[in-house]
Design a binder for this molecule. Structure first.
Ligand code: AVJ
Ligand code: FE
Length: 428
């Protein structure tokens, strides 16, 4: 079999990823690109340089012989400078940065033309390292979108924005029941899955019920109007401590509008719409809301069972998420009314497991039994532990190439600038 079509496809996907990155930043001024818009986020020009140097590290240098992650140039090495100080780094102008990106990309393509996929290098098997690099760029696109939502100065205006297919279709009940089963969790995929998604392994999942939909703005407003943010009993100790310090009384980006609330998504300010999934809540708020609702957050194993286990066949059934069947791929610039994607149902009967908002789970970010780091510890391994909670499912700002039912995202419980929401579960 000739590998030429494979190489051409990889080149096309690299090109497409870069086009999207540049499309996202096209409306921005040099000041927009260099400014530290928020201590939580890097200047966007840093993300661009980091994307390029990550690519150089993996798609050029590592293919010539093993290179440690630490050999990434210091300025762009995320472990050398925390995000909040990156605005003080000496960073290139957009033109200079683009030149670096183009120059690195040219070397990547030259290497791709004669790389030997069959030489036993695990990085190259099934094109893994290219998929890993693509997913890195995709993930930084979502990071950039978080920054754009936090942007100082003029709000960000997207160049194009597609509408969800809608109209919202009927609901199918409040909760679905998972009957309890031994299920397969994780994957053996070696083409695209990250090390933290492997190995596929069996787990016993006890019966539980899970919400058909994610928490809507209307439901969250009830929590707010019922004094949710003032009711100590709804919050964990850590959550209550956070609340005393953060002094928030609504999701991030919500503002009072007389007796009502409005919210801002990039350059659009509108009254809070009842049938949209609530977005920009932290783990502590998600946990307090679930308690208010007489429920709890799902574990990530429960989440994955609800997303892909088919109890009628006793096997996993994964769909291929695309912007046609789920609100993903970052061009809708917002969440969509519940039910807008008629094909977005899991085998168990949950709507929208993939898309709209990342869903907080109650699980700490830990390795699966039998986990092996591949190819670098700095992706997952250095973050394993109880500091981070796992989020599942992808948001409207997630590119299709990283939207899948086994993908594990993680963040600090206090983070709210991410596109995060809630899906409640309950013991059976
Ligand atoms: C998986 C989203 C938590 O942004 O820290 C980007 C993704 N890793 N570059 C992050 C990532 C390296 C990662 N998250
Ligand atoms: Fe990165």
């Amino acid at each position: 079999m000739t590998l030429e079509p494979v190489r051409a496809e990889i080149a096309a996907r690299l090109h497409e990823a870069r086009e999207r990155t540049f499309e996202l930043i096209a409306p921005l001024s040099d000041d927009d690109l260099h400014r530290q818009h928020d201590p939580l986020m890097s200047p966007i020009i840093w993300d661009l340089g980091h994307i390029a140097h990550f690519e150089e590290l993996w798609l050029v240098r590592n293919l010539e012989g093993p290179v440690e992650f630490g050999e990434m140039p210091g300025v762009y090495n995320p472990f050398e400078h925390p995000r909040k100080v990156r605005g003080k780094l000496q960073l290139p102008s957009l033109d200079e940065c683009r030149e670096i990106m183009d120059e690195i990309r040219a070397r990547v393509l030259r290497r791709l033309a004669d790389v030997d996929f069959g030489d036993g290098n695990e990085l190259l098997r099934d094109g893994y390292v290219y998929n890993m690099d693509l997913q890195h760029e995709y993930q930084h696109n979502e990071t950039i979108l978080q920054t754009l939502q936090l942007k100082q100065g003029m709000p960000y205006r997207a160049r194009r924005r597609y509408a969800p297919p809608g109209p919202a279709n009927g609901r199918r009940g409040d909760m679905v029941r998972f009957p309890g089963s031994r299920v397969v969790v994780g994957t053996e995929d070696r083409r695209a899955a990250y090390d933290n998604e492997r190995p596929a392994h069996e787990r016993e999942v006890a019966p539980f019920s899970i919400r058909v939909i994610t928490t809507t703005n209307a439901e969250y407003l009830e929590f707010m109007r019922d004094g949710g943010y003032e009711t100590r009993a709804l919050w964990s100790d850590a959550g209550w401590n956070w609340l005393q310090e953060a002094r928030v009384d609504s999701p991030k980006y919500w503002m009072r509008d007389g007796n009502d609330w409005c919210t801002r998504t990039m350059d659009r300010v509108e009254s809070v719409q009842s049938d949209l999934p609530v977005c920009h809540v932290g783990y502590h708020e998600a946990e307090a809301f679930a308690r208010f609702a007489g429920k709890r957050l799902p574990t990530e194993l429960e989440w994955e069972a609800a997303a892909r286990w088919d109890p009628s066949t006793n096997s996993t059934r994964d769909s291929v998420p695309s912007p046609a069947n789920a609100n993903i791929d970052q061009l809708s610039f917002g969440t969509a009314p519940i039910g807008s994607y008629p094909d977005n149902w899991s085998p168990l009967g949950c709507y929208g497991m993939i898309g709209d908002v990342w869903e907080w789970t109650s699980s700490d970010f830990l390795p699966y039994p039998g986990y092996k780091t591949f190819p670098y510890a700095e992706y997952s391994e250095v973050f394993f532990g109880s500091e981070y909670k796992v989020l599942r499912g992808a948001s409207w700002a997630t590119r299709s190439g990283v939207a899948r039912s086994t993908f594990r995202n993680w963040d600090y419980p206090i983070r709210r600038q991410i596109f995060s929401g809630i899906r409640c579960a309950r013991d059976d």
